[in-house]
Write a protein that binds this ligand. Structure first.
Ligand SMILES: Nc1ncnc2c1ncn2[C@@H]1O[C@H](COP(=O)(O)OP(=O)(O)OP(=O)(O)O)[C@@H](O)[C@H]1O
Ligand SMILES: [Mg+2]
Length: 287
């Protein structure tokens, strides 16, 4: 049953985090080892992920970029426990995590706000699923409304919000569930450039103050570099990491960095890798 499992899973994660020995503390928060995934499609098998190795350490901000359809959302679904790999394993804090649904916070590609619930009641959904009483959950959410730019909109319904507000409401729901890890699947995908830049700075500020581990999927290379400690580039389907780069930019990050090295040379390297991947994929289709 999801609510109970979710609650227990959250406690398990906290126990692992607080009670970990010296060895476990050196383990990455998330480790994906040799994960492959195939889906059945039209009577045959569609390989989507192939032998994926990936990790994120405690408090690290990691981005994943790659062509559409290469399996990025599938990988996040598997880490979150919404789906299982065909082979390979997921480790959380060094422990093989067979039952991990509800252990990590997950903001899926679609904002998934419930149209019949107010902003406030959408925000507390994760807490309710963990078994937190509605009154307590609401007061936790209300305390964060201003920080998330939603003050005054608590009782509005999702249709009355701008795209950015919907994203923030959805993100508030993820943050309130208070997991150690957040998986964010294109959280700013539907925003225009100006709103997107504001949201990126806002997310950076939030990440710096919360100290959580974040895995972000994005199509935007600038966004990936600006926010991250490391960036993974995935191959076309079946997806696997083809390049991993550390972002050697000091923090706090500022917007003037994006026009200077090392930002510019790293962007060139990532784009070259992505373009090579698109070219190889085109050649495959032509063959
Ligand atoms: N439940 C499913 N059943 C069958 N096929 C699926 C399922 N989920 C995803 N796929 C297929 O797996 C492939 C990868 O999908 P996925 O959503 O992970 O890609 P993505 O990298 O997130 O793409 P995008 O950047 O467009 O969001 C696609 O070909 C998709 O059709
Ligand atoms: Mg996706």
């Amino acid at each position: 049953m999801l609510p109970r499992e979710s609650c227990l899973a959250g406690k398990r994660m906290k126990a692992v985090l607080s009670g970990a020995g010296a060895l476990a503390e050196r383990e990455p928060t998330i480790r994906v080892e040799g994960v492959s995934k195939e889906f059945a499609q039209n009577g045959s098998s569609l390989p989507v992920l192939e032998d994926v190795d990936f990790y994120a350490t405690d408090g690290e901000f990691v981005s994943i970029v790659g062509p559409s359809g290469c399996g990025k959302s599938t990988l996040l679904n598997i880490i979150a426990g919404l789906d299982e790999p065909s082979s390979g394993a997921i480790y959380l804090n060094g422990q093989r995590a067979e039952r991990r649904l509800g252990v990590v916070g997950y903001m899926q590609q679609k904002d998934l706000l419930l149209p019949w619930r107010s902003v406030l009641d959408n925000a507390i959904l994760g807490l309710e699923l963990q078994g937190v009483a509605k009154k307590a959950a609401r007061s936790s959410a209300l305390a964060l409304m201003e920080r998330f730019g939603l003050k005054g909109f608590e009782n509005e319904y999702p249709f009355a919000l701008s795209g950015g507000m919907r994203q923030r409401a959805s993100f508030l729901r993820t943050v309130l569930a208070d997991q150690e890890v957040f998986l964010l699947d294109e959280p700013f995908g539907s925003l225009d450039a100006l709103n997107r830049a504001q949201m990126q700075e806002w997310l950076l500020g939030l990440w710096e103050s919360l100290g959580k581990t974040i895995v972000l999927v994005t199509h935007d290379v600038d966004e990936a570099i600006f926010l991250s400690d490391r960036v993974y580039v995935m191959t076309a389907r079946p997806g696997r990491p083809k390049l991993v780069e550390r972002v050697a930019l000091p923090r706090p990050r500022t917007l003037d960095m994006v026009t200077q090295d090392p930002f510019v040379s790293l962007k060139a390297a990532l784009l070259a890798s992505i373009h090579e991947e698109s070219r190889l994929a085109q050649e495959d289709i032509a063959r």
